[in-house]
Design a protein around this ligand. Sequence first.
Ligand code: HEM
Length: 422
Amino acid sequence: MAMLLILIFLLPLPFFLFLLSKHGNLPPSPPALPLIGHLHMQLFDNSSPHIFLWKLSQKYGSLLYLRFGCKPTIVVSSAEMAKEVMKTRDLDFCGRPDNRASRRLSYNGLDLAFAPYDGYWREMRKLCVVNLFGRVQQFRPIREDEVGRLMEKICQLSADSKPVNISEATTCLSSTIICRVGFGKRYAEEGAERSRFHGLLSESQALLSIFASLTISLGWVGWIDSQGFTIDGGDFPFDLTADHIKAILMNVFLAGTETSAAAITWAMSFLMKHPNCLKTSQDEIATNSSIVTASRNTWKVQHRWYEIPAKSLVFVNAWAIGRDPGAWENPQEFRPERFIDSSIDYKGLHFELIPFGAGRRICPGMRMGVATVELALANLLYKFDWEMPAGMTEEDIDFDALPGVTAHKKTHLILVARKIGD
Ligand code: HEM
C-alpha cells in the first residue's frame, strides 16, 4: 500500500518538472525542481563553476537559463552571444546585482565594480581613468623595481637550489605593486602589516566568491591612511569623501592583485606543459631586449525569440568562449602562435577573447594589468630556464581552478629556476 502511494505521488513528477522548465519564452534550460530551481545541480557536480556551466552549455546551447532559488540566471557561452550581450545590448546588461553583501563591501555602491550603471558610476570611472588607471607610464618605475626584486629573489633561490613557488611569488609581486600604486607604500616582506594586508585580501576574495548569499559587516579598508596619488577632481559633481576613496581602493586591490597574479601563474603553467612553446617564447624575448629591464541587472529584454526576465544575473563564461569551436580552430590546443598575424586581440572588440570583459564595464585597469603581466613574464622567461622539481614531470601540472571571482590555480605551481648563462 505504501509503495502504491509513493508511486502515485512520484509518477506525475517528470511531467511537473517538464512544465516547470517550459514556462515563458525562456532560453533552453535543464529540468528544474520546485523552489530551489537548479541549485541542486551544482551540489552534485564537483567541477569548478566555469566548467560546470560549460558542460551545461554543451547540452543546452550557448544561451542557457538557470534558476538558483528564485534568482533567474542567464549563462552565455559563445562569442556570438557574448557580442549580443556586451555590444548590441550592452546598455541593458551593464547593471550590477544589488544585495546587502556587495553594498557593505562597496561602501553602499560608492566604488566602480559594484556600482549600478548610472551618472555616479560614469563620473567616478572618468575620474579614476584620468587619475589612476590612465597613469600606466607613471607607475613604470614601481613595476620595474618590484620585478627586479623578484628576479633577485629567484636568483637567490636558484643559487641555493631551492624551488620557486610561482603562485605565491606572483601574488606577492602584484599586491606589492598595487600597494605602492594605491597607497605609495611598500610593506616589509614578512612584516605584521603585510600579513594583515594579505589576510584581508584573501578574506575579501573568499567573501566576494560567495557574496551573493552572505550578509557581512566588514570595515576592512578602514586602516588605510595614505594614497600614493593626488586626485584631479576638476568639476566633479560630488563631494569626495574618505568612503569614496576607500571604496575605489578596495576595487583596485581586489581587482588588480589576484587577476595579474593568476594570469602569470596560468601562463607559466601552460608554457611548462608545452616545452616547445616555452622555448619559442624565450627565443622571442631574447631577440627583443627592449622589454627586459629589470550579472548583471537587466531590464526586460527580448533576446531574439527568448525573453530574459528582469533582474536576471548574467554570467558570461569567458573560459567556455575561449573553447568555442564556432570561434576557434582546434580550441582545446594550446597554440599561442595562432595569434601571430591575427587581428584578434584582448581589448574588448573581439568577443572570442575577452579576458578583460567588453563594453561599458570593460576592465579599466587593463593596461596596468597587461603592463605587469608582460614585464614579469618576459623577465621570468628571459632570465631563467625552468624545470620541474625532482621527482615530477610536466605531466604532473594540473589545470584545476579554485572557485572564486578570479580563477586561481588550485595547487600552487612550484618550479626550479636555473639562471640563464650560469
Ligand atoms: C591581468 C589582469 C586583469 C584582468 C584579467 C582583469 C579582468 C577584469 C574583468 C573580466 C572585469 C569585469 C569586466 C566586466 O564586468 O565586463 C574587470 C573589472 C574591473 N577591473 Fe580588472 N582585470 C585585470 C587587472 C586589473 C587591474 C590592475 C585593476 C586596477 C588597477 C583592475 C580594476 C578593475 C575594476 C575597478 C573593475 C570594475 C569595472 C567596472 O565595473 O566598471 N583590473 N577586470
